[in-house]
Design a protein around this ligand. Structure first.
Ligand code: CP
Ligand code: NVA
Length: 302
């Protein structure tokens, strides 16, 4: 059987994604009841991280600890990748030694190349194009608070970045309407939007997409690697912050989501982030459980 990878949400069938969310909810409940479950005993997860991380790194490491295995963190300065060894060679070597690989890097193509040459599952831990693991946790969080997301209206306000692209993929995988508001210059990738067809629409006006939304989501205006553009971006995104006025346009029981890290007073106001509609801490917690479900599916179940 061909090795399965998780580079974008579209690598999995909608039914597989739904099953992962259900499994994640169950694993969370069992974990909270003190249930010990070690399906990955003696397994090793290699984690190649070219960019900073708090949640992704920690949740994968904790997941492997709970599952009885081990995670090995590799930064560019500590591997031969950082000294020019080819991705193709690294993938062939590493996948003969470990049971799965998580990669966080700039280029999505690098992760695709790695997967092509890997014998073991490769998981995208964030690229400049996508952040699919975050969306597993986000879908779980919505389901836990409000039930199925199918048929709901979601508003994305801010940058058309890697998180936005993954929300676009989630819209057609999970069957919800996604209305995106970004400045013209920071629209999401037209190819990615086009593939999602009628599930997604783009607008300039944040108020228009917030209107009666069931969920409002955002992310930083300056992603990792865009530090030099920060000041220009802050000016360009003026008016795109999620504040009380925006939340009040949404449905009365609308949720607020942010993958974190958050920058208060920019893409989200302090009162919204800390308010009753915000589920950002649950999203962060669910990274652990959703990735356990993912590892179980990709590694233990194969
Ligand atoms: N949301 C997220 O992926 O956070 P980290 O960058 O801390 O991993
Ligand atoms: N868009 C952000 C997400 C961080 C989790 C970034 O790429 O830096």
């Amino acid at each position: 059987m061909n090795t399965r990878h998780f580079l974008t949400l579209r690598d999995f069938e909608p039914a597989e994604l739904e099953a992962l969310i259900e499994r994640s909810i169950m694993l969370k409940s069992e974990y909270r009841q003190g249930h010990r479950y070690e399906p990955l005993r003696n397994c090793t997860l290699a984690m190649i991280f070219d960019k900073s991380s708090t949640r992704t790194r920690l949740s994968f490491e904790a997941a492997m600890t709970h599952f009885g295995g081990k995670a090995v963190y590799l930064s560019p300065g500590t591997t031969q990748l950082g000294r020019g060894e080819l991705v193709e060679d690294t993938a062939r070597v590493m996948s003969r030694i470990v049971d799965a690989v998580v990669i966080r890097t700039v280029s999505h193509q690098m992760v695709e190349t790695f997967a092509t040459y890997s014998r073991v599952p490769v998981i995208n831990g964030l690229t400049d194009e996508y952040h699919p693991c975050q969306l597993l946790a986000d879908m779980q969080t919505y389901v836990e608070h409000r039930g199925p997301i199918r048929g709901r209206h979601v508003a994305w306000i801010g940058d058309g970045n890697n998180m936005c692209n993954s929300w676009i993929n989630a819209a057609w995988s999970f069957g919800f309407r996604l209305n995106i508001a970004t400045p013209e210059e920071f629209k999401p990738d037209a190819r990615i939007m086009k593939r999602a067809g009628g599930w997604v629409s783009w607008h300039k006006d944040p108020a228009a997409v917030a209107h009666e939304a069931d969920l409002i989501a955002t992310d930083t205006w300056a992603s990792m690697g865009q530090e030099a553009e920060k000041e220009r971006r802050i000016r360009a995104f003026k008016g795109y912050g999620v504040d009380r006025r925006i939340m009040d346009l949404a449905a009365p029981d609308a949720l607020f989501m942010h993958c974190l890290p958050a920058y208060r007073g920019y893409e989200v106001s302090e009162d919204v982030l800390e308010g009753e509609q915000s589920v950002v801490w649950d999203q962060a917690e669910n990274r652990l459980h959703a990735q356990k479900a993912l590892l179980e599916f990709l590694v233990a179940a194969q």
